[in-house]
Design a protein around this ligand. Sequence first.
Ligand SMILES: *Cc1c(COP(=O)(O)O)cnc(C)c1O
Length: 370
Amino acid sequence: MIPVNTPVLVGNEKKYLAECIDSGWISSEGPFIERFESALASYVDRKHAIAVSNGSAALEVALAALKIGPGDEVIVPTFTIISCVSAIVRAGAIPVLVDCNDDDWNMSSSEIESVITDKTRAIMMIHIYGLPADVDSILAIANRHNLFVIEDAAEMLGQTYMDKPCGSFGDISTFSFYPNKLVTTGEGGMVLTNDDNLAERCRLLMNLCFQPNKRFVHEELGWNFRMSNMQAAVGLAQFENIDISIRKKRETGQIYQQLLADIEGVVLALPKNNFATNIYWVFGIVINNSTINKTAQDVMAMMSEQKIGTRPFFWPMHEQPVFTNSGIFNDKKYPVAERIARQGLYIPSGLGITESEQHQVASALKQILN
Ligand SMILES: *Cc1c(COP(=O)(O)O)cnc(C)c1O
């Protein structure tokens, strides 16, 4: 079996974990938290970093820190993970969707202004699958309309936008350290900002809003979204190898580009857009259903028979039963997201993949599609 993702834990992970156990610092009060936070903050050029329990929690904290709530609208691409829209809905706010680009699958910045209303408070800018979103255009729109920007850079640690780090933009940015991300802590996430006040609010909100002076007196409701010292220990060790991981991701992507160059009826992940070369968080492909009479689901089933793991693309937010049942998206259509959701999948592209596995994946795919 070639799994869709295999993490690589070959650095100081064991050593740092042993330090946690030997010292007894296993909760969120331990020295690795601060070391991991400051490593990330300086890497993505932000003043503050707050470690949390996962990337979805990071988004919830970001929205709460910005005081986004009932009556507010937040613009978000329909082609994304549930975490983004779930955080908006749980904050009591209204997600307002835009479609994605046909080429890099990122949110379509040209559609944003047409959905701004007097209730719009923020844009959730998400970088998808390996190429950065149209950051400057989105920041300019936000500026013009006085909106907050929440940058979800979960898939993009190590990627840049015009040579500036992803995660350095927006009022607040977030990362995830799930095992398929460039740095993993098993489960984990991070909230980053340059704003002292927002950073303080994030620290309170992710820690049950315990107050520094009156610990058990609460002005607001927060969450226990703390990361443990053990997770941060793994994260720091992972981070020490980030350059190797970035190189490996790009190499994996280039190898697939070569192996699959002559495959017909399939659009491969774009090698670069106007802002960066692809970091190939995952290697996505979209099957052209006018030349190949198969959906992504068909291809995934056939790959699975050959013991190769794949994942479907995101399913658009406006087609999620949990939302269509409540009617919040008014049956609006987003044709690009609808098509790539049905025709798109990604092939094994984790950090642990070998070149010979990539050859196996490519020949299986060619056999299935030709
Ligand atoms: C992975 C991911 C998340 C969620 O992170 P978790 O740590 O799994 O909660 C959020 N946003 C994007 C874009 C992601 O890829």
